[in-house]
Ligand binder design. Structure first.
Ligand code: ADP
Ligand code: MG
Length: 348
């Protein structure tokens, strides 16, 4: 029996699945979340409801745990940095600060000579007027965006005034890529040149929200290897500890672009729970708690579908599953449109 306690910031489905993985390894999990209804309280060993800037509660939390991690990148840097004074926080707070800012993230990737979409920093409305050659494009908030939130597709300069863009925020404008496919690569790094990497996953989005993921991705061997190489380069350069996901675009000429890096477990990797001997969640817990690294083995091809909004309802009403199907209900109290409520993985 391990005596390890892992503290997790954030109590959504990713925190839930991290807790489940921790339990499997006999690691105790304590979740701190600013959402009183956080679904992860159904899965963790202990739940603390607290704002992320409540110094007393954060300190109490740090005393109870051995290691600290987080389920999503939008945790304030100050919180992670403060916690890191008491207990080891992985991924390192500085890594999260870099990646949670879209401009810093893209600059970092370009410094490694890896390709991103063309982008430009937008500080105010006037900056947009001279940028016709970035259109059609997508305006994205530099921070706090996820599932397409904080994004404005823009076709023409004339259209901008009708979009009611909140210019108290900062943005980047990205040129739209004519997408052939999207893929992601998930890697768990344990230390210098020590990592476990999953094969590329093919992803389909609807309204900028992930809808389907599958392995194998239908891509060339070149792209298969290139995307894995780029993910390894990023993880090594960041001296990353834990699970990281790189999202890629592939255009119609089979050029690979890095879309974004997620310094955490990722929705596209949910199928690893059933398709591999060790899931992305278990690998994350192993890496951040300094547990043994075990060679990854793929068990099966797989497909995952996100159940968004009321798509969960039929599954909650005694829907029959086949032997090769695995349902995960995140047990969120309220069904909301565009809200990820659960997912279904089918082994192929
Ligand atoms: P989020 O942080 O919300 O995941 P992303 O930047 O990954 O934001 O965008 C979400 C989705 O929107 C992408 O997976 C892709 O389908 C689409 N998208 C975003 N940027 C572009 C782009 N420059 N060209 C084409 N599609 C894009
Ligand atoms: Mg994304």
């Amino acid at each position: 029996m391990s005596e390890i306690t892992l503290g997790i910031l954030g109590g959504g489905q990713l925190g839930s699945m991290l807790s489940v993985a921790a339990k499997k390894l006999s690691v105790k999990s304590i979740i701190l979340s600013d959402d009183q209804d956080a679904p992860a309280q159904n899965f963790c060993d202990e739940f603390i409801f607290s704002k992320y800037d409540d110094k007393n509660k954060i300190y109490e939390f740090s005393k109870k745990v051995d290691y600290i991690t987080y389920e999503f990148e939008n945790i304030p840097y100050e919180t992670l940095n403060e916690l890191n004074k008491f207990k080891t926080v992985f991924p390192k707070p500085s890594v999260n600060r870099l990646i949670q800012h879209r401009l810093a993230e893209k600059d970092f990737v370009n410094k490694l000579n890896l390709r991103t979409t063309r982008y430009v920093y937008i500080e105010n409305e006037k900056d947009l007027e001279t940028l016709a050659d970035f259109l059609p494009g997508i305006l994205k908030t530099t921070t706090m965006g996820y599932d397409g939130k904080g994004q404005y597709p823009i076709q023409s300069i004339e259209q901008i005034s009708s979009l009611n863009i909140d210019f108290s925020k900062k943005y980047i404008l990205e040129k739209l890529v004519k997408l052939k496919k999207e893929i992601s690569v998930i890697i768990t790094r344990f230390g210098n040149n020590k990592y476990e990497i999953y094969e590329p996953i093919e992803n389909t989005h609807e309204n900028q929200i992930l809808k389907y993921s599958k392995i194998p991705a239908e891509i060339s061997e070149t792209l298969f290897n290139q995307s894995k190489d780029w993910a390894i380069q990023i993880a090594e350069e960041l001296k990353y500890i834990g699970t990281l996901c790189v999202e890629f675009f592939i255009d119609r000429n089979d050029n690979l672009y890095i879309n974004e890096i997620a310094p955490r477990v990722h929705n596209s990797g949910h199928l690893t729970i059933n398709a591999y001997n060790i899931s992305q969640f278990e690998n994350h817990v192993r890496a951040v708690c300094a547990l043994e690294q075990i060679r990854l083995k793929k068990i099966s091809n797989a497909e995952m579908i996100n159940l968004i909004g009321n798509q969960i309802t039929p599954y909650r009403q005694n829907h029959k599953l086949n032997d090769n199907q695995f349902l995960f209900d995140y047990l969120k109290k309220e069904i909301k449109e565009k809200r990820k409520m659960g997912h279904l993985t089918t082994l192929k």
